[in-house]
Write a protein that binds this ligand. Structure first.
Ligand SMILES: [Zn+2]
Length: 426
């Protein structure tokens, strides 16, 4: 949903998607020592696939953004916002209930019309063997995320429009003040309420005591407390073939989550490096830093949206049957403005995530394993090589695409950095 950009922006900034620690070493091949990694490289068949996937995904990303903008223009042109508003006002005079009529009507229209992109995205994942999730299960996930999104979205937009009505000139500032506590609350909720709707979780200690022990060992070596009840395993293998680990939650729900695919496919030293990277996010307070950065960015975003929506309505309000900024019918215009701001904010947020947050976590992972794992550079390089190979990461992405779209450094850069890492200099 379009209005999710604020939350997703913050989540991107928080490194929520984290290290895509793709690696696969099957039990058989695991016994042979892999050839030392000197740089990131793919065998010819995988390179061809990776290039095709890179091209289609980057094209798809920009096509989807453009399509989203055109869709909103279409909705404005045919005055769907005004029609849905009239309907909501006929149903009830209570603004709170109107929100739960108007917002789902509009966002479902947008999301259903955007479905071809989501379908094609999943089709690609299946085609390239990155996903094993069957279509009914995929549709059920889509439905659940719509229901959750519609509920949270209706509630938040009711609040936003109440603020616009109360304070037509300062609503942007009050919304900005409120958005942080709301986001912190949602992030607190995420691992305990939202994530379990889509995936199964269990304590990492349940079946992977070896990983817990390895993690405790590196944590103790640098004097960090990493309690067992802060480490979880996610049953990702029911849906994907790729591996991953991430940090999520805040305060009492903060935790490191390792996908079971990672634990199955990587050696213990490799997984330990991955957990070391994630521990870096946890110890270096990256969620807090990400939220602060998002907050600064959103201050300008909200102000700009306020200026733009007033200008838009003064110019085209009559043509699109929008009575004013506080009218529900202004939402498609506000979404259009938010999408444009989001498009510009995307590389800014990704640069912060890639060049600062993720790079720092790589350094942390290397430092923390340097005293424990013999040949820790090679182990880390091997885990990146596996990561890239099994998620079909293209070795030669264009600088512009890395700048615009990558929230993690590209694999080639990560391996180069890792192999030349000097713990005394970094
Ligand atoms: Zn990370």
């Amino acid at each position: 949903m379009r209005f999710r950009w604020v939350l997703s922006l913050a989540l991107v900034l928080c490194g929520f998607t984290s290290l895509r620690s793709e690696a696969q070493v099957s039990a058989g091949t695991n016994l042979q020592a892999p050839a030392p990694v000197t740089h990131y490289s793919l065998p010819p068949d995988k390179l061809a696939k990776a290039h095709a996937l890179y091209t289609v995904r980057t094209t798809l990303h920009f096509a989807e953004t453009l399509y989203g903008l055109l869709l909103l223009l279409f909705i404005l042109r045919f005055q769907l916002g005004a029609k849905f508003r009239n309907f909501a006002e006929r149903v009830t005079r209570i603004r709170f209930v109107q929100a739960f009529v108007f917002v789902p009507l509009l966002t479902l229209t947008i999301d259903v019309l955007s479905l071809p992109f989501s379908l094609y995205g999943h089709h690609l994942s299946l085609q390239y063997g990155l996903s094993v999730q069957h279509w009914p299960s995929w549709f059920w996930d889509w439905t659940k995320s719509e229901l959750i999104g519609l509920f949270i979205g209706s509630l938040l937009l009711w609040l936003l429009y109440a603020l616009i009505r109360k304070s037509p000139t300062r609503w942007w500032f009050y919304s900005w003040l409120l958005v942080m506590p709301i986001m912190i609350f949602l992030m607190w909720l995420m691992p305990v309420v939202l994530d379990p709707v889509f995936n199964k979780f269990e304590p990492l200690a349940k079946d992977h005591m070896d990983l817990v022990i390895a993690t405790q060992k590196i944590a103790n070596a640098v004097g960090v407390t990493m309690p067992n009840d802060r480490m979880f395993l996610m049953k990702a293998s029911e849906k994907v073939t790729t591996a991953n680990a991430y940090v999520t939650g805040v305060g009492s729900t903060a935790r490191v989550v390792v996908w079971d695919t990672t634990a199955q496919q990587m050696t213990v030293p490799e997984t330990t490096f991955v957990i070391g990277h994630e521990m870096g996010h946890y110890v270096l307070h990256h969620i807090r830093k990400g939220l602060t950065f998002a907050s600064i960015l959103m201050f300008f975003g909200f102000w700009l949206a306020y200026r733009c929506i007033n200008w838009f309505i003064a110019r085209w309000g009559n043509a699109f049957h929008i009575r004013g900024a506080a009218d529900w019918a202004s939402l498609p215009a506000l979404m259009l403005i938010a999408s444009l701001i989001g498009f510009v904010a995307e590389p800014i947020a990704n640069n912060f995530s890639r060049a600062r947050i993720e790079h720092q976590a790589d350094i942390y992972g290397l430092k923390i394993t340097s005293g424990i794992t013999p040949d820790y550079r090679q182990v880390a390089a091997q885990s990146f090589q596996n990561l890239g190979e099994h998620s079909l990461s293209y070795p030669y992405p264009s600088k512009l695409m890395v700048f615009w779209l990558y929230d993690h450094p590209d694999i080639s850069s990560r391996i180069d950095f890792t192999l030349h890492f000097d713990p005394n200099k970094n």
